[in-house]
Structure formats: C-alpha cells, structure tokens
Design a protein around this ligand. Structure first.
Ligand code: ADP
Ligand code: MG
Length: 393
C-alpha cells in the first residue's frame, strides 16, 4: 500500500519518515496529516565559543529527526517517541491548554518546552517522533528534536515564526527552561538555517552568518562516535559557562569575545589559574574558528586541519572537556596519510570526533581507528544537508 508521495524527500529522510507514518497509524488509528524534519549537526570548529559571543562553524549532518502528527479529536495531546530515551516510557499525554510544566518522562521536556515557547497558543495534537541522530552522542539530537517539533507545530498551526532566527531562539529557550540545559545558540541555529553543501559560520555576538561551500568531491568529513558518554557532561557545562562569565566580569566586558590573549595574560597574576585556562581556550578558539573559515574558502585543507588539531589540544589541556576515548580517536586519525585534521566535537566528555580527510583515505582511516580503539567506534561519512522543513505527505 502506498503511504504517500515521496517525491522530493531526500534519501536520508524517506525511510524514517515511512517508519514514523506506520507507527502513527498503529498508535492512533489513522495516517498523520503533517510531517517535519530537522537535522543533527557536527561542529567543524569553534567549541564552547557560542555562549561567549564567539564564532562557531557547524554543518548539518544527514542524521535527522522527523515528527509526524495531526490534530487531536479528544481534547488531549499525545506524543510517542520511537527512541529508547533512558528507558523512560515512550508515550506521554498532556493537555496543552492547561499549561505545561517540566516533569517526567524527561525526554518530553524538550517537546513541552517547544510547545510552551511556540509563538502562539498550540491546539491539541497527536505526534510520533523518530530520529536517526544518536541520543546524547554530541550530534545534537536535542536541538534536532526541538527544531523538528517547532517546524511540525508551524505546519499544524499553519503559522510560521516571524523569522528563522526567532525560531532558533525559541527552541534554545525551550531547552533552557524545560530541559534545564543552559545551551548556546549553535545547535538550534544550524538545525534551522543549514544549507545543502555548505557549512555555516555563525557570529554568536551579532547573530550574522555566512554559508561557506563544503562540497569538494575529493574531501570527506568523517564523524566517529566514541560510544562513550561520561556523566560529567551535565554538571561541568554550567560550571564552564559560569567561569567564562566571571572572567568577562573581571575585565568589565560583556563576553570573552571582547578580549585578546594579551589582555588576558596581563591579568594572569590576579585570575584563578583554572579560570585563566578556560578563558584562554575560548579566546584562542574564537580566533581559530575565524581563520578556519577563511581557510575553507580558499580550500586550504592543510591549514583547516592544523587548526582542528590545535582546537582539540586546547579543549583537552585548557578547557579540560576531552576524555581518554576522544583523545585516542583523534590520535589514531591523525596518524593516517590523507588526514588533514581531527578533533573532538560537541560539548565533550564523550560523544564524537570530526575528521577532515581525503575521500580516498576514508577506508584506511576507519580500519586504522578500528584497530586502535578497542571500545568499538561507529563511523558516519557526512555531507552537509539542508535545515529544517515541512514535508508534504
Ligand atoms: P545531544 O543533543 O548531544 O544528542 P543531549 O543530552 O543534549 O545530547 O540530548 C539528548 C536528550 O534529548 C535525550 O536524552 C532525550 O531526553 C532527548 N531526545 C533527543 N532526541 C530524542 C528523541 N528522538 N526522542 C526522545 N527524546 C529525545
Ligand atoms: Mg544537545
């Protein structure tokens, strides 16, 4: 039986969209009326810079979250996730018009946060969520879910956010208020704005952005999942963020973006050594990111790769958010001919690395990493895909 016309739906979306439609029919007894998709992302360089007013340089990956659904007839809302989120129940029920609060299951807080932050009141609905982004793997399944859900609500309510920036900001606020995660804007922004075949340079101070072509057939982006996630990631992130704010305060500036390494060094004697280290990472990383974008425009992959490795070292030694597994993956990758550079990506303490390499070297790198990394890595060769959109079904 045909479930709908799949023309125009990309290959990385079509199969999971079909599964979501089937699951919706099984759960709710009819086919969904609306569908939306949003991608996960990998950050090429510019880590822990977004909440410091700096540059980030992510691209959307062909791993996506799809939300399908329709209006509800019985005055309540139901959302079902096809993912195994920490063994929590997969179905959640609530009444939107009674007002929403964070609660359990925890995964549903991302959804409730988006509903609460949607730009107009939302009617009751039923929805199914499916994703090919690994949960908690550092490829931003959370923003992918928020943005896919916001886009689904736009279709359901036949009403768009006033701008794409507004949409990203509302999704970020959903994560702050309902999931308790004080994240920067990078993940939501790229999930909204991404352009096929491009990475996105975002200035998190001005919110200006630039799409930079990344579609050279001789080049590959390899994402390697360490398949570990250390518990530290939850508590350490807000602490890093606080330290950065404190250093900015010492200098009387709004964010670390306003400071140079030289200014920082001048106050080296009075700053707490850990905070000095944290700030040094951020300030040097902002500069590396801007240089890396210039290098990519010139197709200077050697320079780009060198900056990636420096970024990793700074995250490892100064920001202290890497871990043994991520270091092992990076070290193994850069031993192989044809690799320009490699680094941890995302918040840290596990998750993924990103490697820039010659396409002809992909197989060699994967087998070398496999031989060195005993915990078992997972590999994704990624081309930059487009951002969130409604899918006609
Ligand atoms: P990341 O964004 O790097 O994948 P996070 O810890 O920020 O990691 O977000 C992961 C959390 O987001 C999951 O634990 C879960 O609560 C929620 N989540 C993301 N995608 C889904 C999904 N498809 N279904 C249910 N929950 C999801
Ligand atoms: Mg996240």
């Amino acid at each position: 039986r045909r479930l709908g016309n799949m023309a125009g739906v990309s290959g990385h979306v079509a199969p999971i969209l079909e599964n979501a439609k089937l699951k919706f029919e099984e759960k709710f007894g009819e086919l969904p009326a609306y569908a939306a998709v949003a991608p996960g992302r990998v950050n090429l360089i510019g880590e822990h810079t977004d909440y410091n007013g700096g540059f980030v340089f992510p691209m959307a990956v062909p791993m996506v979250t799809v939300v399908v659904g329709r209006e509800s007839q019985d005055g309540k809302s139901q959302v079902y996730t096809m993912s195994d989120a920490a063994d929590e129940p997969r179905l959640v029920e609530f009444v939107v018009k009674d007002g929403l609060q964070p609660g359990t299951p925890k995964w549903a807080n991302y959804v409730k946060g988006v509903i609460a932050n949607f730009h107009e009141p939302v009617k009751e609905f039923q929805a199914v969520i499916i994703t090919s982004v690994p949960l908690g793997g550092g490829l931003s399944s959370s923003a992918s879910l928020e943005v896919a859900f916001y886009t689904f609500l736009e279709a359901l309510m036949k009403s768009n956010a006033s701008s794409l920036t507004e949409k990203a900001l509302k999704c970020q606020k959903a994560e702050h208020d309902f999931a308790g995660m004080p994240c920067g804007i990078m993940d939501q922004f790229i999930a909204v704005m991404a352009k096929h075949g491009h990475a996105l340079l975002l200035d998190c101070r001005s919110m200006d952005w630039e799409q930079v072509p990344l579609n050279d057939p001789d080049i590959a982006i390899l994402v390697t999942n360490s398949n570990v996630r250390h518990e530290l990631s939850g508590s350490e992130y807000p602490e890093r963020r606080k330290h950065c704010e404190e250093v900015a305060q010492v200098f009387g500036v709004k964010s670390l973006r306003e400071l140079s390494v030289q200014q920082l060094d001048e106050k080296a004697g009075v700053l707490d050594p850990k905070k000095l280290q944290r700030a040094r990472h951020v300030i040097t990383e902002i500069e590396r990111t801007s240089k890396a974008a210039d290098a990519l425009k010139l197709k200077d992959y050697n320079q780009f790769g060198k900056l990636m490795v420096e970024s990793h070292e700074s995250l490892r030694d100064d920001y202290e958010v890497s871990c043994k597994e991520l270091d092992e993956l990076v070290n193994a990758a850069i031993e192989v001919d044809g690799v320009y550079g490699s680094r941890m990506t995302g918040g840290g303490f596990g998750g993924c690395t990103v490697t820039l390499l010659k396409r002809s070297s992909v197989e060699g790198v994967i087998s070398h990493i496999q031989s060195k990394y005993k915990k078992g890595a997972t590999f994704f060769i990624c081309q930059p895909v487009e951002g969130a959109k409604v899918i006609e079904i």
